[in-house]
Design a protein around this ligand. Structure first.
Ligand SMILES: [Zn+2]
Ligand SMILES: [Zn+2]
Length: 300
């Protein structure tokens, strides 16, 4: 299961209803944060998320609404007896900006932090484990910026009904088959492919501030959930173009072209007290659209 908590859905400025951007994803007990806008720590308190669960932070770009919460968060984690290595990933210039941020207050860092800069030409793997993969791709926002994808690896499951037909009960032999090893049973050789099937892993994609570009469709391909910025409604399309942002309709086109299951719009301009019209504009192109809201929890 992948647990996703939306911590902030505002663009630039926090409002009464929306904090600035951050998304928390938890998978098999490991916490990952995608962006860390101002106020993210408090949002985590309200959502009931322990900060020390965070093992990796992925930064999309260094505009303040995406990173201004980093310093406080890292100080808190550092003061809590954290013994893991915190890994921070981001686009080019991340190392220099991170060091500047860390030296901007009086703070003795007691924990191990590894910062990695990524400058991919195309979609690239950032982290790969036996269980999941995080990839990124450059997007077009006028500054170095990355979209990220979290993709759970496919899992092999044993079909017990088929096993029973072959006379196999739960036990060491079924265990072997689930690990991809053939077994001998009643003088017959049983291959893993005879009794197993593959469950595809869940895919969640985060598209930050950007203008429309081909890379968005590439990284979002077949995602279960696409979380995509949609700063502007159609009435302010010219602003989206001037400031290298998306409209809700652009986000919907990406969702449709990438064949995703569900689109969550986010990063809303504070000029919209209600974002219902952005959702309506997107739904004309991609019906499975909703507006993300702060503290929303989704389990996949
Ligand atoms: Zn932003
Ligand atoms: Zn930005």
């Amino acid at each position: 299961m992948v647990d996703l908590t939306i911590l902030g859905t505002a663009s630039m400025v926090p409002t009464k209803q929306r904090n600035v951007q951050s998304f928390y994803l938890e998978f098999k007990g490991e916490g990952m944060l995608f962006d860390c806008g101002e106020g993210t720590q408090r949002q985590m308190n309200i959502a009931g998320i322990a900060r020390t669960k965070i093992k990796k932070i992925f930064i999309t770009h260094w505009h303040g609404d995406h990173v201004a919460g980093l310093l406080g968060l890292i100080q808190t984690i550092g003061n809590s007896g954290y013994t893991d290595t915190l890994r921070v990933y981001g686009p080019i210039e991340t190392k220099e900006r991170f060091d500047t941020l860390m030296s901007s207050t009086i703070f003795e860092n007691k924990m191990n932090i590894k910062v990695e800069e990524i400058n991919p030409k195309d979609e690239a793997v950032v982290v790969e484990t036996d269980l999941y993969e995080v990839t990124c791709i450059p997007v077009e926002h006028g500054v170095p910026a990355l979209a990220y994808s979290f993709h759970e690896k496919p899992r092999t499951r044993v079909d017990m009904a088929t096993c029973k037909k072959l006379g196999l009960q739960e036990g060491p032999q079924v265990g072997k088959l689930s690990r991809g090893e053939p077994v001998e049973h009643n003088g017959k050789r049983i291959l893993p492919k005879d009794v197993t099937y593959t469950v595809p892993g869940k895919k969640i994609v985060f598209i930050p501030d950007t203008q429309p570009c081909e890379n968005l469709i590439k990284i979002a391909q077949s995602a279960d959930i696409l979380i995509c910025e949609s700063t502007f409604a159609n009435e302010h399309k010219h602003k989206a173009e001037d400031f290298k942002h998306m409209t809700a309709e652009y986000a919907a086109r990406v969702a449709a072209d990438a064949d995703v299951q569900r689109l969550l719009l986010t990063h809303f301009s504070q000029r919209y007290p209600s974002v219902d019209h952005l959702v309506e504009e997107a739904r004309t192109i991609f019906p499975e659209t909703e507006a993300a809201f702060d503290l929303q929890k989704i389990t996949l």
